[in-house]
Design a protein. Sequence first.
Length: 551
Amino acid sequence: MKRAGLLLVMTLASLFFIHAAYEPTPTIAGSNPLTTALLSDHSLTEADTFISNYSYDLVTHNDVAHVYWQESGNGTEGTDLFYRQLPGGSTIRLSDPALSEGDVNTFLHDTAVAPDGTFHMIWLEDTGTSEANDLFYWSAATGTVLLSNRTETEGFVKFNSTTLHLIMDTNGNPHTFWYEDTGTSEGYDLFYWSKSTGTVLLTDRSQTEGSDVNFGPNRLATGEDGTAHVTWAEVGNDSSTSTYFYWNSTLATPIILPGIQTSIVAGNVAHIIWGGQSEGPLFYWNSATQSSQTIPSSSDPGGYVFARMVADSTNTVHILWSEWNSNVCLSHWDSTNQTSSELVTGDVCLFPWNIYVDNTDSLHTVVGDQPSGIKRYRYWNDNLANPIPVFSGNSSSDGTMTGIEGTNEVHITWIDSPGPGPDSNFYHWDNVNQTVNTLSEAVGANIQAEPSSNGILYLLWDESVNGSPQNFFWNSETNATQNLFTELGISSIPFGDKEMTMEFLQSGLPYFTWYGTPTVGPDGFYLWDSAQDEIHLVGESEPCLEIGDSF
């Protein structure tokens, strides 16, 4: 979820305020207080708004802010969830006491903004009964809807990093999926919901009684026509055998597959591969033909096959893989030509990095191997006769390749040291200039690398200066490094869980937020709008320390 825009939330005592920079006062030398609006409406609740890292947040879209927060209730209702759209709008209570008397838990939630700008949210409530957690959805069009279906299971909704995601299809319709602990030998069941289908039980008890779906390739994606595609795995009754499933919202029952390593949806077709992370061979399957085929020359006897899959703008699927034992560091197969080709060879090949598909449908990645026991990383794209060496050394780590959307430009950053610390060097390389830039010789742990909609890569990191951490900023357009402590007049920031963060305006230019002590002025939560070159004091004192935790 992207937290962006010049709107930031804070609390003082039991009131909930927002500070908005709609009419900033130009300055870079000083700090400016912003206007304040009361959000917590006591005609809805007499509760106290309280702050924790997960009890409030803000989402922006096209200069509109969507703010949500929770308030501790009075009596059996527990904690309630509230929402307001800014500018304008009124405070709305999302948690409906008629549906649940539980406590809202915004640690377990997700939000999405549809293409038309409407806000959508899912969250859990603890009922305090054997039913435990229930799942709810809200939009302005539907109001609050109970998604967990008590007629199908008396279990409770569980959290997992691969489920409980709210996604919007191209038509602006919401989709989500989750699993529930049934509290029986059945284990976990998997559910899917959309406005058109309602709640659907995906785990088919006629196929397996295992149904422990809290692991494996749990993924939800939508096609261009809005069809939902779901993959998951279940553990059988023997507690060891895995069964793999694929389902879409046009199927009556799920399809059993021999395996699932990864999956993507291109156009309106799901594509799945398996057989990697072993000696191979790789297998490919798609939902249009519902048949599998072996990828030629994708075996590595006695070794491992590491595979990745992407689709280009024509919905052609490309599979790239390396073979650890046979010294083939990069091979390629695509769904149009359906032939395999060896692209890069090496010695004790490593897992290929992420794949970037550029604006001409060319593929880019970084290939690693270990000649003479020394790690070596080379840049490759499908227009090169030979890969380009970028860096080497066993102390190199934390490498990242970032493609600039809409271009054929990629940037590679990495750290050269056993780990972040005073002796860690931070480097940059791009495929345009093809030179190594040393950005820092004492980089810390907080590194942010973000491509912007304006075609520029922005980097923010901290490094040690005379034994104290300070923030530095670099962008690929100017290729210049700025010490933000010097530039913005910062004396100190309590590094750790209160780092400076970088977000982006619609223009693609960044803004920065932090809690700290300036060289002149009060401790507080600050915002630097780099587009206007202005600093704003969002709020002073201890409550604003908590904002720094969230943004």
